[in-house]
Design a protein around this ligand. Structure first.
Ligand SMILES: Cc1cc2nc3c(=O)[nH]c(=O)nc-3n(C[C@H](O)[C@H](O)[C@H](O)COP(=O)(O)O)c2cc1C
Length: 377
């Protein structure tokens, strides 16, 4: 099966709408809902599902500027996309050397086709911080400005930054002083995830800082952190301040959260995905990953399919069974079996009798329903 076959968008893909979102430099977004960059997660299959569901933009996982500047094959592979669908295409870089970042920015724009290049000044991961990248850079505001300046000078496309309020919470939100300097250095927009670097993912994101940041700069500010659903996304926008919201963890296994945002914005209501849509999306997600990386997709699916098992009865046993499988079809059969059982329960039908050997692995795929290509039977 070719990528094109696997990539046929679902019937509920939102129609092409005129741009109504904020402008980042010369690039205007269709709407104010953006998929957050997530290392190891926001590969093209996941970004594709979110874009098809209506996300205005889906930021790539962060890639090493040094590696991209040297045309590292694996790094370039992380930037695979379909420009017909991914428009604008936003590539996130991490790095701490102005020259490497300038070179990598040019490779991202001129060779990988990026419309926007984002610099990570936010990542709290120990490995990243220890090597002086990501959030660690917030401790050196002068260097942050030099990095942005080098990128902006080298880039024909807008350069943006992803920030946290500061490194240590006790030191206060240093970003409020830094941001105007980053704007002067050439940043065309800023995203703020309202947790200090030292907080990692603990506590709650402080959205009041997103509003404060927006008042400090004249470029657009995007807010990030703990947006769980369409109501919260629209609520954050309604508070004023951010011109767009990023959704990260809540989109895992729920790319349709972007459709829900658009639906809520347009109608004041959200219809929510049916179990059938969740199953179809999971299968499509699996097949898109398989298209990209072949049979070893089964290892990745041990993570990705978990996202789709949430709220299913017997989810723990189902996850364990999926993780034991090394065959993609078998993994999908397990998920389909559990989802179709949940659909029957929802429709008030009696559940199927348990398999003779009592194991989930022994279940035969039920007839009809959604097949392993994601088609409805
Ligand atoms: C697994 C994971 C990986 C992440 N990787 C990145 C990254 O590469 N670059 C970045 O700027 N932020 C990264 N983030 C932070 C998210 O972009 C986002 O700001 C954060 O998760 C808060 O938003 P959420 O509550 O909607 O998930 C990551 C978050 C998670 C959970």
């Amino acid at each position: 099966m070719s990528l094109t076959e696997a990539a046929t968008p679902p019937a509920n893909c939102p129609p092409e709408a005129p741009p109504t979102g904020p402008a980042i430099g010369t690039v205007r977004l269709r709407n104010p809902f953006v998929l957050a960059p997530m290392a190891g997660l926001t590969d093209f299959p996941f970004r594709r599902l979110c874009l098809e569901a209506g996300a205005a933009m889906a930021v790539t996982e962060m890639v090493s500027a040094v590696s991209l500047a040297h045309h590292g094959r694996k790094t370039l592979g992380l930037l695979s996309t379909d420009r017909g669908l991914e428009n604008p295409f936003c590539v996130q870089l991490f790095g701490k050397d102005p020259q490497a970042l300038a070179l990598a920015t040019r490779v991202a724009v001129l060779e990988a086709g990026a419309d926007i290049v984002d610099l990570n000044l936010a990542c709290p991961a120990r490995k990243v911080v220890r090597s002086g990248h990501g959030g660690a850079l917030l401790r050196d505001p002068d260097l942050c400005c030099r990095l942005v300046e080098a990128m902006a000078k080298a880039s024909p496309a807008p350069v943006t930054v992803k920030l946290r309020p500061g490194f240590l919470k006790d030191d206060g939100p240093s970003v409020l002083d830094l941001a105007p300097r980053l704007e002067a250095a050439g940043a065309a927009a800023m995203t703020l995830h309202g947790r200090f670097v030292s907080e990692g993912f603990g506590g709650q994101a402080d959205w009041s800082l997103v509003g404060e940041l927006a008042r400090q700069v004249s470029v657009p500010v995007i807010g990030s952190g703990d947006v769980l659903d369409a109501w919260q996304a629209l609520g954050r926008l309604a508070e004023g301040g951010p011109v767009a919201v990023m959704i990260g963890r809540a989109a895992r296994g729920r790319p349709f959260v972007f459709r829900e945002c658009l639906e809520l914005q347009a109608t004041g209501r959200v219809s929510g995905p049916t179990l059938e849509e969740r199953l179809r999306t999971a299968i499509r997600h699996a097949r898109l990953i398989e298209e990209e990386i072949g049979p070893k997709a089964c290892f990745r699916l041990r993570t990705v399919l978990m996202w789709y098992t949430r709220e299913l009865p017997g989810a723990a046993a189902l996850r364990a069974a999926i993780c034991r499988e090394e065959d993609i079809d078998a993994q999908l059969d397990l998920l389909r079996g559990a989802m179709e059982e949940a659909m029957e329960a929802e429709a008030g039908l009696p559940p199927e009798p348990p398999p003779v050997d009592g194991s989930l692995l022994g279940r035969a795929a039920p007839k009809g329903g959604v097949d392993s290509k994601g088609q409805v039977g």
